[in-house]
Design a protein around this ligand. Structure first.
Ligand SMILES: CC(C)(COP(=O)(O)OP(=O)(O)OC[C@H]1O[C@@H](n2cnc3c(N)ncnc32)[C@H](O)[C@@H]1OP(=O)(O)O)[C@@H](O)C(=O)NCCC(=O)NCCS
Length: 184
């Protein structure tokens, strides 16, 4: 059974990064991240264009945590906890399979520094050891080479390609699924 009680919120740390809860006071930076066209290119969600949009994102993330439906961390440099530049977490839990879907994004100014590969290890550890996941799934747009690179390097195995899985803004989208199982 999964442990989906995230109260108190589990802050995580890596060598360079602090992973902490997203707060309403982060809304401006959430807008910078979730409003960035380049960062949102392969994420089929509406871009945050206003402070109201950003606050709605913060509320959705907060509700997910409180309801045990999802858990997302804001990513910041360990020495600058207020300056969040990314979001990562489990966006869905599949209770019958003890599985979760992982998601991550950074503002493009912070790409190419190995931040997501660093953070994902800690988020995975939390998922396997604290939530009790058996498997972590990642779903990517097949055009998202940067995301695929991270998954492959981090030992996720290709699972399946689903053609035309959804329609977003008038475009039919395929999805590639990757999976990482807990090592027994
Ligand atoms: C995918 C993503 C999370 C990668 O995170 P990251 O911390 O930058 O990962 P890395 O530092 O390991 O870089 C991965 C690859 O990104 C590419 N990359 C790095 N900087 C880049 C830049 N400024 N522009 C374009 N590509 C870049 C490189 O090809 C790099 O591979 P390399 O190590 O072989 O050079 C990040 O690109 C991102 O946030 N993308 C937008 C959101 C997204 O698509 N999320 C995934 C949804 S499933």
């Amino acid at each position: 059974m999964l442990n989906l009680n995230f109260n108190p919120f589990p802050e995580l740390k890596t060598k360079r990064l602090l992973l902490r809860q997203v707060m309403p006071t982060d809304a401006k930076l959430v807008m910078r991240i979730r409003g960035n066209e380049e960062a949102m290119r392969y994420i089929p969600r509406p871009r945050a264009k206003t402070m109201e949009d950003a606050l709605a994102v913060v509320k959705m993330l907060t509700d997910g945590i409180n309801d045990g439906k999802s858990i997302n961390w804001a990513i910041a440099n360990i020495n600058e906890p207020a300056e969040i530049f990314g979001i990562m977490g489990y966006v869905n839990f599949y209770l019958e399979q003890n599985k979760a879907e992982i998601g991550y994004m950074l503002h493009p100014d912070y790409w190419g520094k190995g931040y997501v590969p660093e953070a994902i290890l800690e988020v995975e550890r939390f998922g396997f050891e604290q939530i009790n996941l058996q498997a972590i799934e990642a779903k990517i747009d097949p055009r998202n080479d940067n995301s695929r690179k991270i998954l492959r390097r981090n030992n996720y195995q290709f699972d399946r390609l689903v053609k035309k899985e959804m329609t977003f803004q008038g475009e039919d989208l395929d999805s590639e699924y990757y999976i990482k199982n807990r090592i027994q």
